[in-house]
Ligand binder design. Sequence first.
Ligand SMILES: Cc1cc2nc3c(=O)[nH]c(=O)nc-3n(C[C@H](O)[C@H](O)[C@H](O)COP(=O)(O)OP(=O)(O)OC[C@H]3O[C@@H](n4cnc5c(N)ncnc54)[C@H](O)[C@@H]3O)c2cc1C
Length: 405
Amino acid sequence: MRTVHVIGAGFAGLTVSLRLAQKGFQVELYETGNRVGGLLGTDQTEHGIAERAANALIRTEKAEQLFQELGITPSLPLDSSKKRFLFRGIPKAWPLSFMETVVTIARVVPQILLRGKKGFKPQAGETLQTWGERHLGKIPTRFILGPAMQGIYGNEITNLSASLILGPIFSQTKKGKYKGLLTGPGGMQDLVNHLEQRLHELGVKIHLNAQIKLEDLQGPVVVATSAKAAAELTRVRYPSIAQVLSRIQMSSLMSVTLFFAKAQDKFKGFGCLIPRGFDLKALGVLMNSYIFKDRDKTYNETWILGGSKEEQLLDLSDTELLKLIAEERFRILGQKDSLLDYRINRWKKALPYYNLQLEESLADLQEVELPKDLHLHGNYLSGIGLSKILERSDLIAEKIASQHE
Ligand SMILES: Cc1cc2nc3c(=O)[nH]c(=O)nc-3n(C[C@H](O)[C@H](O)[C@H](O)COP(=O)(O)OP(=O)(O)OC[C@H]3O[C@@H](n4cnc5c(N)ncnc54)[C@H](O)[C@@H]3O)c2cc1C
């Protein structure tokens, strides 16, 4: 049986190992930490669960299939989560005035009629901000596009790459209808546990606390770590690849879950995104108790802060951070409630910065000829979200299988 080595047991490493094992490969999975899951994980508290990073996957066909084959009954969003807020002085379901909406429609509709979807295709080297202002105008870019993208990529749109983020929409051949999200009933740790269990059943050998060197491995290797760790791993054996990878910038993000004595019910919905320019640090808040069922034992919210311009926030003490959030929560939601418990997860330099530098680095990576036995995987390559990572796991496993038939 052919052996494949997978380095990194985050969602990318776990799912590619699953697909490879299902194709009959002997998989050796190496993880430097003492647990699998990487950024994914769920803390149990006496008030309910607190997600460490991601709270759900986009409900694509592949995601649904994964849950089904692992025997997880997915937890789907509640109806209350359909409402989403954008902050403009107060949380609003639609942040534009009547006139601003008319102006935006008058700008967008002719472009659709004249050039169709193609006319919106981003240009290489264009930021999301430039793309937005070109197609939608300044106001919708600031109050809708900006906060929405910053909520996903954890950074302001002034430097985010339009072609990396929006490009895939234009190259998709089959577009499925957006069906919302899904997670495990006990949170994302449910998914991690089921993946780990299935890998054991399939005979995958998981090596925790592993200090592995690429140069010691023979045969196909999947490097499924962050870009930063991938640069370090490839440094000796593939210096030209390492050089490109080391130029990818990483950014920091923090999730702060707060459990309150009283539920706020003034704004019931998925959460609220916060545009820049209001002198607020928070990027957004998720109203967990209104998103998934069984999360309302004690009303809780998750606040997201950080990004490359606000890295220093991750150095605040818990007390300083809680004070900052309490002040901003009062300005945003108008709420002052007593806090019962909290969980803070500081993810330093953990996420790829989807900026123009990443766009350049990925273009350079295409120029460097990757050795046949080296496969790069992770959230810096074809999307930061879990459903995109899952798609790439399938592709990599298929490629390795076709090379070793
Ligand atoms: C606050 C936050 C909220 C998010 N929310 C969402 C969301 O709601 N939905 C969504 O789809 N995505 C979300 N994301 C993004 C998503 O969680 C990540 O993109 C994804 O989990 C990354 O998975 P990965 O396997 O690529 O990387 P990682 O999870 O970083 O895993 C990489 C693994 O490699 C290991 N490793 C590193 N170096 C080595 C080495 N030398 N040898 C062996 N192992 C090594 C690491 O220890 C780690 O376990 C969020 C991220 C954050 C931070």
